[in-house]
Design a protein around this ligand. Structure first.
Ligand code: BG6
Ligand code: MG
Length: 219
C-alpha cells in the first residue's frame, strides 16, 4: 500500500535549474572556463562538489582540492543570493496543487533533495508546511544515485520503501529511487527519466489522479 511520497526539490517542486545554471555560468566566465546549457544538464541532481568536478573535467583544468572547494563556495554565494527573488508564485505548475492534495488525503510527505540550500528554497516558496520530514544534502553523506537520501526519508516517515513513491527529474535520482526499492515517478523527457516506473513530461500531468491510475492496485 502506498502511504507516503518523497519529492526531489530542484526540477520537481520548483525550477531552480536556471538559477543554478546562471550561478555556474558566472563562475565559469570568471575562470575563463567553457560552460553551456548542455554541460548544465549533466549537473541535474548532482551534488555541488560533484558538479564542480564535472565542470573542471569538461575544461580539462587542474585545480587543487582546496581551491575547488573555494570556487564551489563562490558559486553557492551567487546561487543563494539569487534565491532572494524567488516567491510563493514560483512552484512548477502543478506542484503546489499536488502537495495540497496529498495533505488533504492524509499521505505522509518527505523531501529528498541533494541540495544543502533546501531550507531557503522552501522558505521562499512558503512550502515547509507541505512536508513532514526534510531530507536534503545535509542529511546523508552519499548522494544520488545512491539511495541514502530516500532511505533516510522513508525511515523518518516510518515507512518501508515499497510504501513510498519518489518523484524525480534527474536520471541519477530515478536510479537512486530504484536502488532503494521505491516506486518512482519521473518528471521530464524519456531520455532522462524513461527508466522510472512511470514518467510525465511536466508536474502538471503528474497529479495524484494520474499516479493512482498508474499504480492502481497499490492504493
Ligand atoms: C540538486 C540540483 O537538487 O542539488 C543540483 O539538481 C545541485 O543542480 C544540487 O548541484 C546541490 O545543490 P546545492 O544547493 O547544495 O548546491
Ligand atoms: Mg532535481
Amino acid at each position: 500500500m502506498i502511504k507516503g511520497f518523497i519529492f526531489d526539490l530542484d526540477g520537481v517542486i520548483t525550477d531552480t535549474a536556471e538559477l543554478h545554471y546562471q550561478a555556474w555560468k558566472k563562475l565559469a566566465d570568471d575562470m575563463d572556463w567553457h560552460f553551456d546549457r548542455g554541460v548544465n544538464e549533466k549537473l541535474r541532481g548532482v551534488s555541488r562538489m560533484d558538479s564542480i568536478n564535472i565542470i573542471k573535467d569538461h575544461n580539462k583544468a587542474t585545480v587543487e582540492e582546496e581551491k575547488l572547494a573555494e570556487l564551489a563556495a563562490m558559486k553557492n554565494d551567487i546561487y543563494v543570493a539569487s534565491l532572494d527573488t524567488m516567491t510563493s508564485e514560483d512552484y512548477l505548475p502543478g506542484a503546489r496543487e499536488l502537495l495540497t492534495h496529498l495533505r488533504q488525503e492524509g499521505f505522509k510527505v518527505a523531501l529528498g533533495s541533494a541540495s544543502k540550500n533546501s531550507s531557503k528554497v522552501l522558505k521562499q516558496l512558503d512550502a515547509r508546511k507541505y512536508f513532514d520530514i526534510i531530507g536534503d544534502g545535509n542529511s546523508v553523506a552519499k548522494s544520488k544515485p545512491e539511495p541514502d537520501i530516500f532511505l533516510f526519508g522513508a525511515e523518518q516517515l516510518e515507512l518501508q520503501p515499497e510504501e513510498c513513491i519518489v518523484y524525480e527529474d534527474a536520471e541519477s535520482g530515478v536510479d537512486a529511487a530504484k536502488a532503494g526499492g521505491f516506486h518512482s515517478v519521473g518528471i521530464g523527457p524519456k531520455e532522462r527519466v524513461g527508466h522510472a516506473d512511470v514518467y510525465f513530461e511536466t508536474m502538471r500531468e503528474a497529479t495524484l489522479f494520474s499516479v493512482k491510475s498508474h499504480f492502481g492496485e497499490l492504493f
